[in-house]
Each structure stands twice: as C-alpha cells, then as structure tokens.
Design a protein around this ligand. Structure first.
Ligand code: ARG
Length: 381
C-alpha cells in the first residue's frame, strides 16, 4: 500500500463544491490514508487510526501529532491553486504555537514568525499554527490581511493616503483606538488586531522592529528615488483558514518570499492601489498623450526593474516572474513523476506582466481545491 499512486489520487478529499463539511471522522481518516500514500510523510500506524477515531467518538475532536501537522501544512501549500511558488513546497518551517492561550501570546507568536521567516533577508518559508477551532467552529482570529501592511488613511470621499486596499481595516484600527504616527505617511505600518472566541478584538502595536523594509530605487534612473517608495520584505498572509484532516486553524499565518510583480505590477501599479504609473511615466519623461505610446507598459517594466534591483541591493530574497513560472513548470513535472495531478488557477499563476513570455501561458489548469488547504473565511469587520 505504501506509495500507490492510484490510491493517492482517489483518496484525496475534494473541497471545491462542498456545501457542508464532511463528518470529522471521515476527513481525519482520509488525511491519515493520504499520509500513508505519500513518500516521505510520517506513516500513521493502525493504532494511530484507532486512536484518532476513538478520540473523535469520545471528545468530538482529535489533535494532530507534530509530524502530521508539519506534513499537513506542506500539503496545504502544495494544494494551493493560486500559488506559483509551489516548487518549494517541501521546504517549509512549521512553527507550532497551538498552545498559545491569550491574545498577547498570539501577538508574540506573530512577532516570532516575522523574525524567523525574515531571517535578515535570507527568507525562509514559514507557517505558524495557532490553536484550532472548537466544536462550534470558533477559534482565535488575526483580523489583518497580512502581518505587515501599510495604512490607508481616507483624506476625502475619493482619496486615500497610503494603501487604499487597507482603508477599511485602517478605519477599524482607528475605531479601536489606534493612534497613528503624528506625521502620517503613505507607508505607516498597521497595528495587529487579534481576537479570541466570543471576545472583543484587541489591538497590538505595529510590528515595526521585526518588519524588514526595502527602499525602492531604480538601477539606472535616479528620478524615481525621490518618490521614496518602500515595501515590506515579507508577505505574511494571516486571514486564511488552514484545514488539515478536518481540523480548522483559523489563525495560521504563512509566508514565502515575493515575486517582484506582486509589488511592481500590482501594489504600486493598480489604479485602486498606489496608482504610480502616471507619476513614474512623468518622471521618465514618457509621452503620455495617448495610450498607443505604450507609456503605461514602459513605466510598468521600469517599476518592476526597480523592485528587483532594490531587493537584490538590500540582500532580500525575491524571485522574478520568469524564474518563478519556470520553477512552477518544474513543480508540475515532479508531481507528474510522483503520479499526482496538479491543480491550478491560470488567472493566478500567470504573472500580471509579460504573461505570454512565460512557459505557463499556453497551459491549462484544473482549479479544483483539495484538502489540506488554505481557505478564505468570513471577514470580521
Ligand atoms: N500579493 C500579496 C502582496 O503583494 C502577497 C501574497 C503572498 N505572496 C507571496 N509571495 N507569498 O502583498
């Protein structure tokens, strides 16, 4: 039974299109069998199967062993249909913080995650697991989309200082009593908001000391430098639910390293984000009189060059979109060799810049999501 590829495929639990969650006993059993079918995974014994099913019968739940949890986290990453970085799925540091009890302990766990993962720029893929949901589906929550993000202060109905994507969350923080810096800038780190089941959310200071930031400069053209752009080194997504073997972890922040287009082609360039293309084009003295001069496209490339150059200069790990998509193709080949089909979301895997230059362009993907995985969950504000 050890590594039968047919078993591996048929045993996988589909999450897409399920209205109700499966009974816990069924999800747990499927997860243990999935582990049995994986080379390199901890192999659960027959007595472990019995132990888990008895625990579910007696207490309504069970707890994952550390090896099960660690491997389950890697599988959740490998199953993430939106992630172009999955070639590295087996190299993930799992930090077990399931014993965190108070909001303060969760906050400390978040700071520890930032320190461990950032690693002075030599970024390590990391996932911190806080306590699971109880039988009523309630657990600790981190309200931030990411652990390190910039505030978006509303100036009037239309304008925002900082990141417009964070305007609503910034409203919430101000409402909860956050005192922003006296002199507000477009790059003020937001506080962290944490809640325990049935309790009001609590506000914790922005993770300033443990958030590495990269000042953005262009490799050739100094005219961008006086924009004083910057971005955080580490993207730590903190609002998704991790699901392994039927157990839900509603607070399970995870991070890899950036692909430059996330910053240069979206965060800086989207009209509803920092919307920098007009200003960049002006500084590069491009002809912006009509779309057909392709000034936007040209400015976009320069912005992305600046991001890559700056991260390299700061010795912070980053990957360009050509290398990232090439690595995804290698991931697909390795999975095929192991007899496992790869799911994906074409619209997420193709980079927002020069998509047709990458080898993923003419491929097609099945978007079905399987367990373990990361799932969206209800917003709390
Ligand atoms: N796209 C998001 C951002 O720009 C980050 C999402 C996660 N990215 C990653 N490379 N792990 O902040």
């Amino acid at each position: 039974m050890a590594s039968c590829p047919f078993l591996a495929v048929s045993e996988r639990l589909r999450l897409t299109g399920r209205k109700k969650p499966l009974p816990l006993a069924q999800s747990a059993n499927a997860f243990l069998r999935l582990l049995q079918s994986e080379k390199g995974a901890p192999t659960p014994s027959q007595s472990r199967f019995r132990q888990v099913s008895q625990s579910i019968q007696k207490t309504g739940t069970y707890s994952l062993t550390l090896p099960e949890l660690s491997y389950g986290c890697r599988l959740a990453w490998r199953n993430s249909v939106r992630c172009v970085g999955r070639f590295f799925w087996s190299k993930l540091d799992v930090l077990d913080a399931r014993d965190a009890r108070t909001e303060e302990e969760i906050y400390q766990g978040c700071l520890h995650h930032l320190r461990h993962a950032t690693h002075h720029g030599e970024i390590r893929s990391t996932l911190t697991v806080f306590p699971p949901s109880d039988s009523r589906g309630r657990g600790p929550r981190i309200w931030n989309y990411q652990l390190s993000r910039y505030a978006g202060y509303r100036i009037n109905k239309k304008q925002v200082l900082g990141d417009p994507a964070e305007a609503e969350f910034t409203d919430l923080c101000l409402h909860l009593g956050w005192k922003p810096p006296k002199k507000r800038t477009p790059f003020d780190l937001l506080p962290i908001v944490i809640s325990l089941p049935g309790k009001k959310p609590r506000l914790f200071p922005p993770p300033k000391k443990v958030t590495l930031e990269v000042p953005i400069q262009h490799p050739a053209s100094p005219c961008l430098n006086s924009l004083h752009l910057r971005w955080v080194a580490l993207p730590v997504v903190s609002n998704m639910r991790l699901e392994i073997g039927g157990i839900s972890f509603p607070a399970a922040p995870f991070s890899g390293w950036y692909m430059e287009t996330e910053i240069g082609a979206r965060n800086f360039a989207d009209e509803n984000r920092y919307n920098l293309l007009p200003e960049v084009a002006r500084r590069l003295r491009l002809d912006t009189s009509r779309p057909s001069t392709l000034w936007k496209d040209q400015a976009l490339v320069e912005l992305n060059r600046a991001v890559l150059h700056s991260f390299n200069l700061a010795k912070v790990r980053i990957i360009d979109h050509h290398s990232a998509t090439a690595s995804h193709l290698r991931f697909e080949q390795e999975e095929a060799k192991a007899g496992r089909p790869v799911q994906g979301r074409w619209d997420w895997l193709i980079p927002p810049l020069s998509g047709s230059l990458t080898r993923l362009w003419n491929r097609s993907y099945d978007p079905t999501e399987y367990s373990p995985n990361f799932l969206p969950q209800k917003r709390l504000y």
